[in-house]
Design a protein around this ligand. Structure first.
Ligand code: SAM
Length: 288
C-alpha cells in the first residue's frame, strides 16, 4: 500500500516526479531534498501546485524549468521547502565577537592603511532580524568613527521575504530580545492594523541595501567584503552546493576577512581555507 497524502495515494508518477524535482531544486538552489522527507516536501508544495492548477510534482518541475516566471516560482518553492526562522540577537556571541574582536581589529588596520571602509554581507537574511542586529552592532561601534564608510548588503532568494525585511516592522514581542538602550535608539513604536509594533529607525535602514540573490549564482558584483554572515542557510544544502557557496564566500572576502555560520554548521570536510576563530566563526586564510 502506498502512503496516503490528503486522502490520495502517492502515485509512482509522483515518485519519479520527486526525483526530477530533487535534481532541479539541487541544481538551481543548492537545496537538498532528502528522500526520507519526500512526504513532507511534496505536501509542503501542494499549495503551489493548487494555485498554479497543476496536477503532479512532475508538472510542477516542468513549470519550474520552462515557465516565464520560473525564477520567481523557484523562490516560492524555496519558501515552502525551508523555514524563515530568525530573531534579533540570534547566537548573541557572534555580535559580542564582532564588537569585541572583529571591529577593533578592522579599525586598527584601517587607521594604519588609511582604507576606512567596512563592507558586510548577510546572505540568506530572511525577514531581516539578523541584518538589523548587525546594523545595530555596527552603528554602535562605528558611530564614533564618522570618517569610515559602512556598507551592509542583505540578500535572500525570496522576494516576498525581502519585502518583509525592507519594512523593518516587527511584532512588539521582539522587545524581549533587544537590550533596552538599543530599543530606544533604533526602534520606533507604531500601530499597524490596531497592533502595537516596532519599526527600525531610518538610521539602521539607511545602512543596508536589500537585494534578491541566489547563493548558487557564483557571480560576485560587489567585493570585497570584510565580513560575511551566512547562518542557518547551508544547513539546507547538499555537500557540493555547500562547497561551491563556501568557495564563493572565500572569493568574496578580503584577505583575513571573517565568516559567521549557523550554530549547527561547520566547514569540516568542506573547505580548509579558513581558520576557526571561535564557535562557528572563521577567518579567511589569505591566498598569498
Ligand atoms: C532559516 S533562514 C536563516 C535566517 C538568518 N540567516 C538567521 O540565521 O537567523 C534561511 C534563509 O535562507 C534563504 N535561502 C535558502 N536557499 C537560498 C539560496 N539558494 N540563496 C539565497 N538564500 C537562500 C531562505 O529563503 C531563508 O530566508
Amino acid at each position: 500500500m502506498q502512503p496516503l497524502k490528503n486522502g490520495r495515494a502517492l502515485s509512482e508518477e509522483n515518485d519519479l516526479g520527486f526525483k526530477s524535482l530533487q535534481k532541479l531544486i539541487g541544481e538551481k538552489t543548492g537545496i537538498f531534498l532528502s528522500e526520507h522527507k519526500k512526504m513532507l516536501f511534496t505536501s509542503r508544495l501542494n499549495s503551489r501546485l493548487k494555485s498554479l492548477g497543476l496536477k503532479s510534482i512532475d508538472a510542477y518541475t516542468r513549470y519550474l524549468r520552462h515557465a516565464p516566471d520560473a525564477e520567481g516560482e523557484l523562490a516560492r518553492a524555496v519558501d515552502c521547502l525551508t523555514t524563515h526562522t530568525t530573531h534579533f540577537y540570534r547566537e548573541k556571541h557572534h555580535f559580542e565577537f564582532l564588537n569585541d574582536v572583529v571591529f577593533p581589529h578592522l579599525l586598527q588596520e584601517g587607521e594604519k592603511t588609511g582604507v576606512r571602509r567596512l563592507a558586510v554581507w548577510c546572505a540568506g537574511c530572511s525577514t531581516g532580524e539578523e541584518v538589523y542586529t548587525v546594523a545595530i552592532t555596527t552603528n554602535t561601534f562605528w558611530g564614533q568613527h564618522p570618517s569610515w564608510k559602512i556598507k551592509i548588503m542583505a540578500t535572500d532568494i525570496s522576494r516576498e521575504i525581502l519585502e518583509v525585511a525592507r519594512t523593518g516592522i516587527y511584532p512588539h514581542s521582539i522587545k524581549k530580545n533587544i537590550p533596552t538602550p538599543y530599543l530606544r535608539n533604533f526602534f520606533a513604536e507604531i500601530t499597524l492594523d490596531g497592533l502595537r509594533c516596532l519599526q527600525v529607525k531610518p538610521i539602521l535602514d539607511n545602512m543596508i541595501s536589500f537585494e534578491e540573490h541566489n547563493l548558487m549564482d557564483g557571480r560576485l558584483t560587489r567585493v570585497p567584503f570584510d565580513i560575511i554572515f551566512c547562518r542557518n542557510v547551508l544547513i539546507y544544502m547538499g555537500k557540493e552546493a555547500k562547497k561551491d557557496i563556501l568557495n564563493t564566500f572565500y572569493r568574496a572576502l578580503r584577505d583575513d576577512g571573517f565568516l559567521f555560520l549557523g550554530h549547527s554548521e561547520s566547514l569540516i570536510g568542506l573547505n580548509d581555507k579558513f581558520y576557526p576563530m571561535g564557535r562557528t566563526i572563521y577567518q579567511k586564510i589569505s591566498e598569498a
